[in-house]
Design a protein around this ligand. Structure first.
Ligand SMILES: [Ca+2]
Ligand SMILES: [Ca+2]
Length: 262
């Protein structure tokens, strides 16, 4: 009789803990989502500043049109070639919600550029952003006119940083001929073997973020560069609290089954 009483108390306690866990962690269990991350819906769910277009598998001419990594559409942000259309680095910094000093870290010298952003809510620690990109440029390799592209990550009161992707001269970027109005491209999936894997960014702070991409003309406004972006997704990592909660639920169910059997 006493054992049954203890089991009942333990069952009630476990169920109470489960309920408390559901209430306390419900917000942390809602995974963030990147909407229209493959741009098959053009720029729906995205904001743009400067020159932003949607390109198809026929961006450029044979033999090397720059192709999407996923589906039949991809985003292209690019700088102008001495004409109005892109925007100032100050406006881009405000748009991407990161400081100019982040854009121009490590000696970079952005003058003008273009960008694309999306607000993604309910990102948890450990969530992973994944995307494919292809940096294109009409500059020759140059440390002075070193056009470049970045991923921007911004959380109000938290991380506000630019993750370097490519520039005109990095040795890690194996450029190939581009059949578009850019002369070189870095990561066309059909030119490089094996196909470049997606680039990833792992979040270390939970919260609501503005994620974005920027491409910049450096030092002057001539010889444009562009960034093709596609196949963006966010992979949620199970929270330790969620796993603990599932353990409590399992314990409660086990006790309930034993109680019925007894
Ligand atoms: Ca696509
Ligand atoms: Ca340039």
């Amino acid at each position: 009789m006493k054992t049954a009483f203890l089991k009942t108390r333990l069952l009630k306690t476990s169920l109470s803990l489960c309920f408390a866990w559901v209430v306390l962690s419900s917000s942390a269990c809602i995974a963030g989502t990147v909407l229209n991350g493959s741009f098959e819906g053009d720029y729906t769910d995205w904001s743009t500043l400067g020159i932003a277009t949607i390109e198809t598998p026929r961006f450029g001419v044979d033999p090397n049109p720059a192709r999407p990594f996923d589906g039949v559409k991809q985003a292209l942000i690019r700088t102008a070639d001495g004409v109005v259309g892109d925007d100032t680095v100050a406006n881009l910094a405000s748009f991407l919600k990161i400081p100019v000093s982040e854009i121009n870290a490590n000696g970079r010298d952005a003058i003008r550029g273009s960008g694309v952003t999306q607000v993604v809510t309910n990102i948890n620690v450990g969530d992973k952003l994944s995307f494919n990109w292809n940096f294109l440029t009409s500059q020759t390799a140059s440390l002075t006119f070193n056009d470049f592209a970045v991923l921007s990550i911004s959380r109000a009161g938290g991380t506000q940083s630019a993750m370097f992707l490519a520039d005109t001269s990095t040795a890690a970027t194996p450029f190939a001929f581009s059949g578009s109005f850019f002369s070189r491209q870095s990561r066309d999936p059909n030119l490089l073997s094996p196909t470049p894997p997606p680039t990833t960014f792992t979040f270390t702070e939970a919260g609501d973020y503005t994620i974005g991409f920027g491409v910049f003309n450096a030092t002057d406004s001539s010889f444009p560069s562009g960034l093709l972006i596609d196949n963006i997704s966010l992979t949620a990592v199970p929270e330790p609290t969620a796993l603990a909660g599932l353990g409590l639920v399992g314990l409660a169910l086990t006790l309930r089954r034993r109680r019925k059997e007894g």
